[in-house]
Design a protein around this ligand. Structure first.
Ligand code: SAM
Length: 310
């Protein structure tokens, strides 16, 4: 008799995978952890009954949440990964030889051990790379305390449940900003707009409070069902406004091993949003007209001068 894994994420809709073989099943301090050999997508990691990644399509999500911000930035030396226990994001980041240091903060050590043992096709040797600084702990606490600073922050979080709820909060984003170097870029997993639209709206609303620029780009990950997956970004510079010739040149120079999804064309294509997704984004922040900025500065200087005269 065929056994099926039924994902229980959405009301009234579910995806099911044939279970060929259960490789691991257990309860960690934080969540139910499961790995099984599936009928069509190879090995699947599920947390609390929700698909986190599969061997069959992890490349889409892991390549787009890493190579796009790294090549948009152009001079990345240090990267912080929050979450990402399966090691797929870490593995992609380490493909960039110019990157000197990658810190990964994952709350659940069991997920890392399970990934090392059962998901080598996803994490490769990334956990033992000498550039990897692996911390088992709460990502929100880490960004609140660390003195380290990063060019790129990648939030590879699950859905806003359990220990991950705090990773969708304004306080967490404020501290992410705190640990970013000037011109740094933050990117985050932000759900499937067709089913999780309010999550996307809420995230960009909070980003607009903290950064000059923010938005989303899209990719289709077959087992993140119901269409596009949104990856949100935030920075004090507009990452959509990078000269394409620069991205092509950086891509060539990076000499990345063969990728299955990312290329410089899809880099720019990913920012093209269908109307229903564009409508989910809050109106862009009105840039403060230079004149207003100037007047304010002038006023301040005048006040200072007045005080000095007294
Ligand atoms: N790509 C997946 C998705 O889109 O659903 C997420 C992958 S990854 C497995 C998510 C990881 O975030 C999990 O291993 C989970 O344990 C971790 N996580 C949850 N809350 C966390 C927190 N507060 N700090 C650090 N890691 C956390």
């Amino acid at each position: 008799m065929t056994t099926w894994f039924n994902e229980t994420l959405y009301k009234g809709f579910r995806q099911s995978h044939e279970v060929k073989k259960v490789l691991f099943e257990g309860k960690s301090k934080y969540q139910q952890v499961g790995v099984f050999e599936s009928g069509r997508f190879g090995r699947v990691l599920a947390l609390d009954g929700v698909v986190q990644c599969t061997e069959g399509d992890e490349f889409v999500y892991h390549e787009m949440l890493t190579h796009l911000p790294i090549l948009a930035h152009g001079a990345v030396q240090s990267v912080l990964i929050i979450g990402g226990g399966d090691g797929g994001i870490l593995e992609e980041v380490l493909k960039h030889k110019a990157i000197k240091r990658v810190t990964m903060v994952e709350i659940d050590g069991d997920v890392i051990e399970v990934a090392k043992k059962y998901l080598p096709k996803i994490c490769g040797k990334a956990f033992s790379d000498k550039r990897t600084n692996l911390i088992v702990g709460d990502g929100a606490a880490y960004v609140a305390e660390t003195k380290d600073r990063y060019d790129i922050v990648i939030v590879d979080r699950p859905d806003p449940v359990g220990p991950a709820t705090v990773l969708f909060s304004e306080g967490f984003y404020k501290n992410c900003r705190r640990v970013m170097k000037p011109n740094g870029i933050l990117v985050a997993q932000n759900g499937v707009p067709h089913m999780q639209g309010p999550e996307l709206t809420e995230a960009v609303k909070l980003f607009q409070k903290l950064w000059a620029q923010s938005g989303t780009y899209l990719a289709v990950v077959p087992t993140y069902v119901c269409g596009f997956m949104s990856m949100t970004w935030a920075s004090d510079r507009d990452i959509t406004d990078v000269d394409p010739r620069k991205v092509f040149a950086r891509f060539d120079k990076a000499r990345l091993p063969a990728l299955n999804y990312y290329n410089p064309e899809i880099h720019f294509g990913a920012f093209a949003l269908p109307n229903f997704v564009a409508r989910l984004l809050p109106a862009p922040k009105k840039p403060v007209p230079k004149k207003v900025v100037k007047t304010a500065a002038k006023k301040k200087a005048a006040l200072k001068k007045k005080k000095a005269k007294r």
